[in-house]
Design a binder for this molecule. Structure first.
Ligand code: LLP
Length: 414
C-alpha cells in the first residue's frame, strides 16, 4: 500500500495534489512519500519482532540524502556497494556502525574509507578480496569485520539481469568452497569473522527461493560451528519484490515472519538488505505530454521524461503503471509512451490505454526504487528534480540539474 491515491479525479501524494507539485517544480520530477517509506520500513522491523536484527536498507535503490536521513532516523542501517554510497550515508547522518559493505570489486581506497568510518561488516565476495581487506586493515593497524557472501545456487526465478544467486553469476563464493574460505579467513591476522551473507536476486515474488537459500545458509552455519567457527550474524540480503502489475509478492511482514520461523531460537542477529520493497512504491515519476503523434500503426504519447530518467523499461523490459495525474473523460487510445531520446528503446510503457491531450501530466508509478539512481545525462539531459512529500508539506530534496552542471569538469584543449 502507498500514499498515492485519487481524490476528486486527481492524483494526490499524501495530502498534496501531484499536479500542483508538477507545476511548481516542473517535469520530469520524482515525487516520494515519507509516510509510505516509513510504513514499509516498519513492516520489516515489526515482523522480525524481538529477534535481534538489523535492517540495512540497500542504498542503491534510492540514495537521496533526505531519504537516507529519514531511514537513519528510524534506526535503519545501510547496505552500500561503493565509497560513494558510504559518503552519502555519512553525509545523511547514518550510523557507520550499522553499515554493511557488499560488492565484488571493492578498491583498497574504499576498504580504507570503510575501516576509517568504522562500518559493521564487509560482505566479502572472493578470496583475493579477503586478502586485500586483510592487508589494508593490517596497514592501518586495525581488524576488519567480515562475512563471506556465499552463492547458494538457488534460482530466484526473476529477470536474468537481476538474478544473482546462481552458479553462473559473478557474485559470492560457491557453497562448495565456503568452508575452506572461512578457514582461510580465520587464519588471516587482521580479520574478524562475524557472519555469513547471501543475496539471490531482486524482485522475487515467492518465498521458496528465500527459504531454500536460508536453509543452505543455516546448514553452513552448523558445519562451521562444528569446525569451531561461530558466527554472530546471518545476512539474507534483499530481493523481496513489489507489485508493479499483477504480481502478488509476499508482504514484508510475511517474508520476515517466514525467515524468523526458520531461524527459530538461533542466536545469530538477522540482517536484511531490502531496497525495492521499501522504496519502489514510495515514489512516482511525473512527466508532461509534449505531443501526441498518431501514426499508421501506432499512437505515440511523446512525454518529457525518457530512458535517461527511468531506465527500467528500456533495460529490463520492465512494466510500470502509467496513470493520468488528472483524469479526463473521452475515448481511450492505446499509446506507446515514449521520451525524446534518440533511441527506439526509449519508452516508458507500450500499448497503454489512456485518454490524453498535450500538456497533460502522467505519473509512472512504482518509480521510487532504481529510478533516479539509474538516471543518466544521455542526450545531455539534466537529471530530474526530486520532491519528498510529508503530509501537507512538500520539500524539494534535489533541485533539477542545470545544463551548465553537465559540463562541469570538462576542459577545452589549450
Ligand atoms: N543487497 C545486495 C547485495 C544487492 O545486490 C541488492 C540489489 C540488494 C541488497 C537490494 O535488492 P532489492 O531489495 O532492492 O531487490 N536495477 C534493478 C535491480 C538491481 C538490484 C541489484 N542488487 C531493477 O531496477 O530492477
Amino acid at each position: 500500500m502507498d500514499h498515492f491515491n485519487y481524490r476528486d479525479g486527481q492524483l494526490w501524494a499524501e495530502s498534496v495534489p501531484v499536479a500542483e507539485l508538477a507545476r511548481q517544480h516542473g517535469t520530469p520530477c520524482y515525487i516520494y512519500s515519507r509516510a509510505t517509506i516509513e510504513r514499509h520500513y516498519r513492516a520489516f522491523t515489526e515482523a522480525v519482532g524481538n529477534h535481534p536484527h538489523l535492517i540495512c536498507y540497500a542504498v542503491k535503490a534510492n540514495s537521496n540524502l533526505a531519504i537516507l536521513n529519514l531511514l537513519a532516523r528510524l534506526g535503519s542501517g545501510f547496505d552500500i556497494v561503493s565509497g560513494g554510497e558510504l559518503a552519502r550515508v555519512l553525509e545523511a547522518g547514518g550510523d557507520p556502525a550499522k553499515v554493511v559493505f557488499s560488492g565484488v570489486g571493492k578498491t583498497s581506497a574504499e576498504i580504507r574509507a570503510a575501516l576509517e568510518a568504522g562500518i559493521y561488516c564487509f560482505n566479502v565476495e572472493s578470496e583475493p578480496e579477503l586478502a586485500r581487506i586483510n592487508r589494508v586493515a593490517g596497514e592501518m593497524g586495525r581488524t576488519a569485520p567480515i562475512s563471506i557472501r556465499v552463492n547458494p545456487d538457488v534460482d530466484a526465478g526473476t529477470h536474468p539481469y537481476i538474478s544473482t544467486g546462481l552458479k553462473e553469476n559473478k557474485f559470492g563464493i560457491p557453497m562448495t568452497e565456503a568452508e575452506r574460505v572461512y578457514q582461510v579467513a580465520v587464519s588471516l591476522p587482521h580479520l574478524e569473522v562475524k557472519g555469513v551473507d547471501c543475496h539471490i536476486g531482486s524482485q522475487l515474488t515467492t518465498l521458496p527461493p528465500f527459504i531454500d537459500a536460508l536453509d543452505r545458509l543455516l546448514a553452513l552455519v552448523d558445519r562451521l560451528s562444528a569446525q569451531g567457527i561461530t558466527l554472530t550474524h546471518l545476512d539474507v540480503g534483499g530481493g523481496l519484490g513489489v507489485s508493479y502489475d499483477e504480481e502478488k509478492p509476499p508482504l514484508p511482514a510475511e517474508y520476515a515472519a517466514a525467515l524468523r520461523a526458520k531461524i527459530g531460537d538461533r542466536p545469530q542477529t538477522l540482517i536484511l538488505e531490502p531496497g525495492r520493497a521499501i522504496m519502489a512504491n514510495a515514489g512516482i515519476l511525473v512527466t508532461e505530454v509534449e505531443f501526441l503523434k498518431h501514426g499508421e500503426e501506432k499512437h505515440f504519447a511523446i512525454v518529457d521524461a525518457a530512458m535517461n530518467d527511468l531506465l527500467r523499461p528500456s533495460l529490463y523490459g520492465a512494466w510500470q503503471q502509467i496513470v493520468p495525474v488528472i483524469r479526463r473523460s473521452g475515448p481511450e487510445r492505446h499509446y506507446d509512451v515514449v521520451g525524446p531520446v534518440c533511441e527506439t528503446g526509449d519508452f516508458l510503457g507500450k500499448e497503454r490505454a489512456l485518454t490524453l491531450e498535450p500538456g497533460d501530466f502522467l505519473a509512472v508509478r512504482s518509480a521510487g526504487a532504481y529510478g533516479f539512481t539509474m538516471a543518466s545525462n544521455y542526450n545531455s539531459r539534466p537529471r530530474a528534480a526530486e520532491v519528498l512529500v510529508d503530509g501537507e508539506n512538500a520539500y524539494l530534496v534535489r533541485a533539477r540539474e542545470r545544463v551548465e552542471q553537465l559540463w562541469q569538469g570538462e576542459r577545452l584543449l589549450p
